[in-house]
Design a protein around this ligand. Structure first.
Ligand code: NDP
Length: 252
């Protein structure tokens, strides 16, 4: 159990499915108040109801993190209902592989705007909370869910990998920027994880390849990644797991 999370006020993006939903559920089960951010209101309401039924506290906040004004409104809503956030998890993301020669600038733009700039909008919204929490002597955490794709190259995943490499580098830079103010930054790079992520691939061949990888290597459960988030954020305040890779055992 992660008892020290009981006093925390968390914000989790991508909370309507997969890793974000699992993180939100585990943080709430550990006693944190959790704001659930994603676009699908019905999913968020369902998860919030489940958390509440289990004795936890959750606030569903429907938001598209590619919309700067919507993110600003979500920050205000979190402040109204839960006050200052001290644990922020960026899990919202999308993976749209295709050969570069296909020239899918719709997909490139979407991935950059969500996986990188979306995280930045959320960070801009809550970073003052994290700095203030740390200054008040509380633990303060920013967690970014990057990917092993930040380092390992997969053909046809060039832009996805580029957004994740950028997010990993952003985390490292923010660690340098916020660390001296006692705000921890944790960058997590998961390998194959069983979620809805592959469901948006519109290239049947690449969708099939990904299915094959799951068949051959197995995948992590979203809860396995959530466990790592809870572990990292429940360490004593002077301990920062800066960069963590987590893979299914069979994945190289
Ligand atoms: P899912 O597709 O299950 O979850 C993605 C989440 O992002 C959903 O909650 C979705 O909610 C949310 N989201 C998508 N677009 C937006 C938007 N514009 N605004 C707000 N929220 C949005 O996939 P995962 O759980 O796997 O993905 C979570 C993160 O983990 C991603 O960043 C992914 O890159 C990363 N990752 C995943 C791996 C895997 O193998 N699954 C491996 C390594 C990293 P909604 O549609 O309701 O908005």
């Amino acid at each position: 159990s992660y008892d020290s999370l009981a006093t925390r006020t968390a914000v989790v993006t991508g909370a309507s499915s997969g890793i974000g939903a699992a993180v939100a559920e585990l943080l709430a089960a550990s006693g944190a108040r959790v704001a659930l951010l994603a676009r699908r209101q019905d999913r968020l309401t369902e998860l919030a109801a489940r958390i509440t039924a289990n004795g936890g506290q959750a606030l569903p906040v429907a938001v598209d993190v590619t919309d700067a004004a919507a993110v600003a409104a979500a920050v205000r809503r979190v402040h109204q209902e839960h006050g200052r956030a001290d644990l922020v998890v960026n899990a919202a993301g999308v993976m749209l592989p295709n050969p570069i020669l296909d020239g899918r600038d719709d997909e490139w733009q979407h991935m950059i705007d969500l996986n990188l700039t979306g995280a930045l909008r959320v960070i801009r919204g809550f970073a003052p909370d994290l700095v203030a929490s740390a200054a008040a002597g509380h633990r303060a955490d920013l967690v970014n869910i990057s990917s092993i794709g930040a380092h390992v190259v997969f053909p046809d995943y060039a832009v996805y990998g580029a957004t994740k490499a950028a997010l990993t580098q952003l985390s490292a830079a923010l660690r340098a920027e916020f660390g001296p103010q006692d705000v921890r930054v944790t960058n997590i790079e998961p390998g194959l994880t069983n979620t809805e992520l592959g469901g948006h691939i519109d290239n049947p061949e690449l969708a099939g390849q990904l299915g094959q990888m799951f068949d051959n290597l197995g995948g992590l459960a979203a809860a396995d990644v959530a466990d790592l988030v809870a572990y990292a954020t429940s360490r004593p305040a002077h301990v920062n797991l800066g960069q963590v890779t987590v893979l299914p055992t069979r994945q190289a």
